[in-house]
Design a protein around this ligand. Sequence first.
Ligand code: NAD
Length: 254
Amino acid sequence: MRTELPPAVATALAEARRIVVFTGAGMSAESGVPTFRDDLTGLWARFDAEQLATPEAFQADPDLVWGWYEWRRARVRRAAPNAGHLAVAELETRVPGTVVITQNVDDLHERAGSRAPVHLHGSLFAPRCTGAAAHPADVPDPGADPGEGGRLTPPGCAQCGAPVRPGVVWFGEALPRAALTTAIDAASDCDVLLTVGTSGMVYPAAEIPRIAMLTGATVIQVNPDPTPLDAVCAANLRGTAAQVLPALVAAAQR
Ligand code: NAD
């Protein structure tokens, strides 16, 4: 499908030297990885996702939480990057001053060819020990897939024996400091920020597009539905990541 871009969007991209691509779960939807709020089927419909994504939930029922994340990891392993991920990687080639900031815990940007996406919410592929030293854990990949809703006992840390936990940021936890600093610096110093497939409801990540707008960047949103970020965007392109991003990238300079 060919997407016609508003002239102001095409001009902003053609002139941009520093671009931030800020992505959320909608970025991976067309790869078959369900979003959090849109999915009416599967685990998100049967469990309160926020009840599974807290340190308290892991403490109360580690097998349920570890099983849920191992199921998600296996599901991501079976998925492939979509045309939107590939377009983002192409943008990095065209405009070397491009920074990809993602809230996603999958690795689809990397597998599409993005150089060093900043993972604000951690990664399914970086489990670590729950002990104070937070050793990185060596968990086989692909690991066991317990299936949807399946339980799995977390392995013990090879160094100290404490249970291993998913390497993601849970509700109530701080974002990784280096990732957040990189994201804020990039958003404060870009010409264009593309916000793609995020509901813009989880903070502090949702501040990133606003920071770009306040520091003078043109903020462009790609999302089939309205979000609270509509108000900070110069253009709201109602379409999916795989439909719209290739047209946006074609408009960027070489
Ligand atoms: P989200 O599910 O809240 O929003 C997804 C957005 O993508 C929606 O606005 C939807 O309209 C849009 N979308 C759907 N399909 C699309 C497509 N094909 N192309 C473009 N857009 C599309 O996801 P989010 O905004 O990434 O959530 C933010 C963060 O909230 C997540 O990174 C996560 O850390 C956290 N969160 C976690 C959990 C959990 O782990 N249990 C639950 C909820 C939120």
